[in-house]
Ligand binder design. Structure first.
Ligand SMILES: [Zn+2]
Length: 55
């Protein structure tokens, strides 16, 4: 199983959420808790889920 580190808190996860928190900026991959925190931000944009495991 592949893992990535959250771009915000650096925790290693096998499922990350792709999102933008600044308009027009690059996409971030963040963990579930950072995703939930980021939902309050004005420019939050959800772009899908990244999974390290393939079925
Ligand atoms: Zn995080």
């Amino acid at each position: 199983m592949k893992t990535k580190n959250c771009d915000l808190c650096k925790v290693e996860e096998s499922i990350l959420f792709r999102l933008q928190i600044d308009k027009g900026k690059t996409w971030l991959f963040v963990c579930k808790s950072c995703c939930e925190k980021s939902q309050k931000l004005e420019n939050y944009k959800y772009g899908g889920t990244w999974k390290g495991s393939r079925h």
